[in-house]
Write a protein that binds this ligand. Sequence first.
Ligand SMILES: Cc1cc2nc3c(=O)[nH]c(=O)nc-3n(C[C@H](O)[C@H](O)[C@H](O)COP(=O)(O)O)c2cc1C
Length: 145
Amino acid sequence: MHELTYTSLADKNISTKNLNDILHTANEFNGANAITGCLVSHNGQFVQTLHGEKRVIFDLMDRIKMDQRHSNINLVWEGPAAKEVFPGWNMAFFSPDDYTNPSKGLLDFEKKLITLSSFYKADSASVRIFWSIVKDLCLHQANQT
Ligand SMILES: Cc1cc2nc3c(=O)[nH]c(=O)nc-3n(C[C@H](O)[C@H](O)[C@H](O)COP(=O)(O)O)c2cc1C
């Protein structure tokens, strides 16, 4: 098995519908292809970690790189992985619609992150890097307010 983590910049017009579409596509494809992992979207950025059979996650990465809903895709880690870290496919995002009610949006987002973090296993390099980037995204948000 293999794992990777990348970051990217969300399209500036990204909508809640776009994010839900990505979630739907990923649920179907990742579920059918034994890919696990986690995607966080926050503050105009994405960070995603994927775990699965090497050829399958690299083929998926080729499609993700072509996706117009984001840019500046930066592979920060890839390497062999002993076992899966997340028990399935997960995604947390701070919905653009939530900006009308930021405190509720943030609360929901925090809840999702806390749920995801309970699946964290520190023996995966890819996932350690993933959470360190998520932390930076959240701190960046805190600095702005
Ligand atoms: C940030 C981001 C993450 C994505 N993650 C996945 C994913 O994990 N699994 C998936 O099947 N599609 C994911 N997609 C969607 C793919 O980019 C692509 O739309 C999908 O694989 C369908 O490809 P196709 O349009 O070439 O058939 C993601 C898209 C974005 C923008």
